[in-house]
Design a protein. Structure first.
Length: 359
């Protein structure tokens, strides 16, 4: 790659960039022996394939249609790209012999009540779980569901939740895991849509949220964020916080700090792709106290106990790299990554995230 004139991107070791007279001519994504190539001029693409073929036995599959289990389709008239893992989901259902699953409309029951108390503690309970599970291996199914989240942000929170019981799952946890697969079966033809769905600038916009003290076992909160670039949602996360937050403001503040880290990385990546942010990255939060705490450089008695590494968000705000702005909870996109939502609310956010059925 280097011999051909590529430079490895600072933001991602799998991304290689080639320039000519300061302009990008080729972008290469490499994962083991799979390579995706794009560029503004077909001449450079053909030249690189020819160069690579001199030293390696390669297979040219033409226009990108499959990559790491993801089906890629294009609607050139509307400048849209669709990512789909329906074949992978079908294989997963077949692999775990769960073809008779009953479809459901949401991946997790609103009142799921999943706790560690439902994990088996005696040998008899463990044997009962193994008999009930049969050929369904909990950890393998968790891994399979995690792989599906790369194009299905709508299951991110549910998969994260069942994954935290992997050390000692119970029947209730396995049922919740199967329910996610039931949901995927009912929405197997859904795609993640990428493309400029709204007119506007090439801006990076984020949403940050938390659900304070949600976990009934350790009272820890869940941090979440989601980022949009030019109408395409490209990055999302649902993660339990490492420490117990003593207030909703603190939980939101920690979540915003995590979102700020992601925003800085995305800005670095976009800058390397010649799309540097023109203004401070807007991150929406639905907690006024969190916004006030982030914008106030004065040490407050209620914030003294918060770890120093969370306070770097203040520095980024002062540098005008990040700007926190308030948004109503009913419009908080990241809410779908913090808890199980009612069906209509869940569908609303799923559609906004670009997870839509095939036309």
């Amino acid at each position: 790659m280097i011999k051909f004139g590529f430079i490895c991107a600072f933001a991602d070791d799998c991304l290689y960039i080639k320039r000519h007279e300061g302009n990008i001519t080729l972008l290469i994504l490499v994962y083991v022996d799979d390579i995706a190539i794009t560029g503004p001029d077909g001449y450079y693409i053909i030249s690189f394939k020819s160069f690579l073929g001199k030293d390696f036995e390669i297979t040219d599959l033409g226009e990108l249609k499959h990559m790491l289990g993801v089906l890629v389709t294009r609607d050139r008239s509307r400048r849209l790209i669709y990512l789909n893992q329906s074949a992978y989901i079908q294989r997963t259902i077949t692999r775990f012999r769960l073809k008779n699953l009953t479809p459901v409309s949401i991946p997790l029951a609103v009142k799921h009540d999943l706790t560690l108390s439902q994990s088996p503690t005696t040998e008899a309970e463990k044997c009962a779980f193994e008999d009930y599970a049969g050929d369904t291996h909990y950890l393998l199914l968790v891994g399979s569901l995690l792989f599906a989240t790369q194009t299905r942000p709508d299951i991110q929170f549910a998969v994260r939740l069942v994954a935290q019981f992997s050390n000692n799952p119970g029947i209730a946890h396995l049922e919740a895991e199967k329910r996610i697969l039931c949901y995927l079966k009912s929405t197997v033809d859904y795609n993640l849509m990428l493309g400029k769905r709204e007119k506007g600038k090439f801006d990076l916009v984020g949403w940050s949220d938390s659900n304070w003290a949600q976990d009934r076992d350790d009272c820890r909160s869940t941090s979440s964020f989601v980022f949009d670039v030019a109408g395409s949602f490209i990055s999302w996360s649902s993660k339990k916080q490492a420490t117990v937050a003593t207030s909703s403001v603190e939980a939101e503040y920690i979540a915003s700090a995590n979102a700020t880290k992601e925003a800085i990385w995305l800005c670095t990546l976009l800058t390397e792709l010649d799309f540097p942010p023109a203004t401070a990255t807007m991150i929406y939060a639905d907690n006024q106290g969190c916004i006030a705490l982030a914008n106030n450089p004065v040490s407050h008695s209620h914030a003294k106990h918060i770890d120093i590494h969370h306070h770097f968000i203040r520095e980024r705000i002062e540098r005008q790299e990040i700007k926190l702005n308030y948004i109503s909870t009913k419009d908080m996109l990241a809410d779908v990554f913090t808890k199980a939502l009612p069906r209509e609310t869940f569908k609303k956010f799923r559609n906004l995230l670009g997870v839509l059925p095939s036309d």
